[in-house]
Design a protein around this ligand. Structure first.
Ligand code: FAD
Length: 321
């Protein structure tokens, strides 16, 4: 049965987030002929209309109020609730991003909807939408269905193919009534980060306490650069001040699903696995053959990372050139 779907399309540093394009592609599947709409909030949002229409959004709701220029929980919650109530959509999809994780539960609570968060699979089974999500740090998957009401879900990045479906988009300039906003963002001071965004990277080279120092991360950075990937870390490495906590992967860090995850000098504690065990291919480099990381690795290299990582970098340079 045809369903109307709304996707909250997010942008970051002037680019539409890939997970939003993944959500639009999922929308193409679950709409089953219904209307696909995208919501674009914030300054310059209208600049993304063309791109979302390439991925099937035939209606694009744009709200460019000053209060939505930078994400705040209050403003986004109010705007999204008002939009959903106005258009009475059946399904709402968001990325499982910092914004999606924050705003989706509030919107669901306000509207009395259910919410399935951090989905890694969406399937239509006999006309019923079934959402899969990892539990127990990725050791098992749970399948969830909605028994009634509106369907709302956040989708984990890098788990769904993106596919274009160009359509002609109707743009609706939507003006939410935003009141009693409790917080105002005065300024954002960005930490200097370079390279690929960790949460959406297709390749991650990650270092643990075995990297031993800040300088020890340099060979990992070189390998990541050659592979067009990002650098990640275990909490062990962050706690030891070898790198910034922004790189931490795991239960209390980022959850990632790259095509290739190279774990260097990481033992494989359950809390680390919670953030990366759903990566498509895992390569572990560790000098301890008994390290638990080898239990989840597709390829294991027993040895000293300071010898192996530069060798890999050289070989990849040759192969990729
Ligand atoms: P270690 O366990 O010390 O492992 C270092 C590894 O490096 C060893 O296996 C060693 O054999 C290997 N090694 C050493 N030298 C070399 C070398 N030259 N070449 C190759 N291998 C070498 N951890 C996370 O990562 N992310 C989280 O989000 C997270 N959340 C947590 C939440 C809670 C509530 C708690 C209690 C813990 C959490 N932890 C998290 C910490 C986690 O339990 C581990 O302590 C941490 O992951 C260990 O980091 P590590 O693997 O880098 O270090």
């Amino acid at each position: 049965m045809a369903k109307n779907v709304l996707v909250l399309a997010e942008s970051k540093q002037g680019k539409l987030r890939n997970v939003s394009l993944e959500a639009l592609t999922v929308a193409q599947k679950v709409a089953d002929g219904g209307e696909i709409a995208a919501a674009l909030f914030g300054a310059g949002a209208s600049g993304f209309v063309q791109e979302v229409s390439e991925y099937g959004a035939s209606k694009v709701y744009v709200a460019e109020e000053d209060a939505l220029a930078v994400y705040t929980t209050d403003a986004y919650t109010q705007a999204l609730c008002q939009l959903i109530e106005e258009i009475q959509t059946d399904i709402i999809l968001l990325g499982h991003t910092a914004i999606g994780k924050d705003v989706a539960p509030r919107v669901a609570a306000r509207l009395g909807s259910g919410l399935v968060s951090d989905c890694t699979g969406v399937a239509l089974e006999d006309g019923t939408l079934v959402f899969a999500r990892p539990i127990y740090a990725g050791r098992a998957f749970q399948k969830k269905v909605f028994q009634q009401g509106r369907v709302m879900a956040t989708l984990r990045a890098n788990n769904f193919e993106t596919q274009t479906m160009p359509v002609q988009a109707e743009v609706v300039y939507f003006q939410p009534v935003l009141k009693d906003l409790r917080t105002v963002v005065k300024e954002i001071v960005r930490k200097a980060t370079s390279g690929v965004d960790l949460s959406e990277a297709k390749v991650i080279v990650s270092g643990g306490r075995g990297v031993k120092s800040k300088e020890g991360f340099h060979p990992l950075e070189e390998l990541a650069a050659v592979l067009g990937g990002a650098v990640g870390a275990s909490r062990g490495a962050c706690d030891a001040d070898y790198c910034d906590y922004a790189l931490q992967i795991g239960q209390t860090g980022k959850v990632v699903t790259p095509d290739l995850y190279i774990a260097c000098g990481i033992s494989g504690a359950i809390q680390h696995l919670a953030g990366m065990s759903n990566s498509k291919i895992i390569v572990a480099i560790n000098k301890d053959p008994e390290a638990p990381i080898f239990q989840v690795a597709d390829y294991g290299i027993v040895g000293d990372l300071f010898e192996i990582v530069p060798l890999l970098t050289e070989e990849f340079k040759k192969v990729l050139s």
